[in-house]
Design a protein around this ligand. Structure first.
Ligand code: G3P
Length: 225
């Protein structure tokens, strides 16, 4: 299981994180994780999963999974195929790729059946509670309006993080809670933890940074200091 507190980087489909470029970021994260004994994980495109899993020790996640069984489906992502790459888990649902609650439930069950960890991304307090009742390993609350922006959710809307933590803990004392959207540096990570989360899920703060190693090192300071 992903060690808490943690920083999970979702490289999305950014130009800066396709193929070898995603591998490069994963290797940088691997090194920084080792140097600082920090828990870092990366979620990459399905086409890059196996290549990256084979090159790094940090947990590698898929960005999406579909609630399907092997068989006659085209262009979907099979839980069993994610497992076969050696990935540790998968994101489930995202404001940029929404699933129904029934699909989220099915994805979590199927992922569990293959020993894959799940991070369900949610857009508000209510969906965060619903996701934690479905017993995912992590829930990551990300207000959609702040995704990709310059201001971290921990500054722009700390109340939503605090409210999500309180509401989730009323129904599930075990699930890991992350927050995301606009997270950029160690202060944002430290604030997220202060608000009761076990870390952050972020993308552009690292992927779009000119100096990714510097951005990662800054983030990690918020975990370890
Ligand atoms: O999945 C992470 C994400 O949606 C947050 O994106 O660019 O605001 O860190 P970003």
């Amino acid at each position: 299981m992903l060690k808490k507190p943690t920083i999970v980087l979702n490289v999305k489909t950014y130009q800066e994180a396709i193929g070898k470029k995603a591998l490069e970021i994963a290797k940088q994260m691997d090194q920084i994780a080792k140097q600082n004994s920090a828990s870092l994980a990366i979620a990459v495109q399905p086409t890059d999963l196996r290549m990256i899993v084979e090159e790094v020790e940090i947990p590698v996640y898929a960005q999406h999974v579909d609630p399907i069984k092997p068989g006659s489906h085209t262009g979907w992502i099979l839980p069993e195929a994610i497992k076969d790459t050696g990935a540790k888990g998968t994101l489930v649902n995202h404001s940029e790729h929404r699933l129904t609650l029934a699909d989220i439930d099915e994805c979590i069950r199927k992922a569990k059946a293959y020993g894959l960890e799940t991070i369900v991304c949610t857009n508000n307090v209510q969906t965060s509670v619903a996701a934690s009742e479905l017993e995912s390993d992590f829930v990551a609350i990300e207000p959609p309006e702040l995704i990709g922006g310059d201001t971290s959710v921990t500054t722009a809307n700390p109340e939503i993080v605090k409210d999500a933590v309180d509401a989730i803990r009323r129904v599930n004392s075990e699930v890991g809670i992350l927050c995301g959207a606009g997270v950029k540096n160690g202060e944002d990570v430290a604030k997220a933890i202060e608000l009761g989360t076990q870390g952050v899920l972020l993308a552009s703060g690292v992927v779009k940074a000119k100096d990714k190693v510097r951005a990662l090192n800054q983030l990690v300071r918020g975990l370890i200091e």
